[in-house]
Design a protein around this ligand. Structure first.
Ligand code: NAP
Length: 249
């Protein structure tokens, strides 16, 4: 079955790996990203190896840009029936130092962004009587020092996911969340820098505390996304799958 997927924040990191994996699964993929350059590079790699992909520069917090991105995808690749809400940012700080802008920016990209994207794509899914939504949560949803904003949105995305599963289930649409542990990407590299730590040392320290004794790589998350959007996962909905190299509390 030819499916069209939209992956947000697909210019690098986890989003780029998911886009590549879904293309490998036979889907056409729209790579939505703030800065089009990374998305263009990944889309070119996909088309270069025989897949179908487009890069779409859009800010997921902007209602009009989201609507335009979804329309462009439908016109160029076909009706999108798979959506991976992956775009994300960090603005870490202890609560007493957290600015209103730190709070609002994180709420907007993760929650407003996922809301706008899903609201825009759901009509295609409902019309097709088939759809898959995957939202990127995090182990930080369980609480993490310095991440009041981020843990709030990642917990919020879990509630959003469960509600989507309830509302859209009757139309053949499933919604699930992936909650990764530590994945080596630019995001975690920036965290190491902020803490004044060498990234390799940082990863080694995290690996020591992780039952499988390694940190995650973007492909670990892409593998799970691939399953959740597959035909065979049609009875899995409203779930939060922690992908963290060990159990979470
Ligand atoms: P990353 O390397 O920082 O990539 C994030 C991507 O999101 C970038 O391509 C960025 O675009 C894009 N983005 C940011 N704001 C956007 C906006 N307003 N509109 C469209 N795109 C936007 O992050 P990552 O580590 O791959 O993380 C991906 C997702 O997994 C995030 O939701 C993150 O919270 C979650 N996650 C990550 C980890 C981890 O350990 N890495 C753990 C748990 C959960 P630009 O390149 O243009 O800035």
């Amino acid at each position: 079955m030819n499916r069209t997927a939209i992956v947000t924040g697909a210019g690098r990191g986890i989003g780029a790996a998911i886009a590549q994996r879904l293309s490998g699964d036979g889907m056409a993929v729209a790579l939505v990203d703030l800065d089009g350059a990374g998305a263009r590079e990944t889309a070119a790699a996909i088309t270069g190896s025989g897949g179908r992909a487009i890069a779409v520069a859009a800010d997921v917090t902007d209602e009009q840009q989201v609507a335009d991105a979804v329309t462009q995808t439908a016109v160029e690749l076909g009706s999108p029936t798979v959506l991976v809400n992956n775009a994300g940012i960090l603005r870490d700080n202890l609560l007493f130092k957290m600015t209103l802008d730190d709070w609002d920016s994180v709420i907007n990209v993760h929650l407003r962004g996922a809301f706008l994207m899903t609201r825009s794509v759901q009509s295609h899914m409902v019309e097709a009587k088939w759809g898959r939504v995957v939202n990127l949560s995090s182990i930080s949803a369980l609480g993490n020092r310095g991440q009041a904003n981020y843990s709030a949105v990642k917990a919020g995305l879990q509630g959003f996911t469960k509600t989507l599963a309830i509302e859209l289930g009757p139309f053949g649409v499933t919604a699930n969340a992936i909650a990764p542990g530590f994945i080596a990407t630019d995001m975690t590299r920036a965290t190491a820098e902020r803490m004044g730590m060498d990234f390799t040392d940082f990863c080694e320290a995290v690996a020591k505390e992780t039952p499988v004794r390694r940190v995650g790589v973007p492909e670990d998350i892409a593998n799970v996304a691939s399953f959740l959007v597959s035909e065979g996962a049609s009875f899995v909905s409203g779930q939060v799958l922690y992908v963290a190299g060990g159990p979470t509390v």
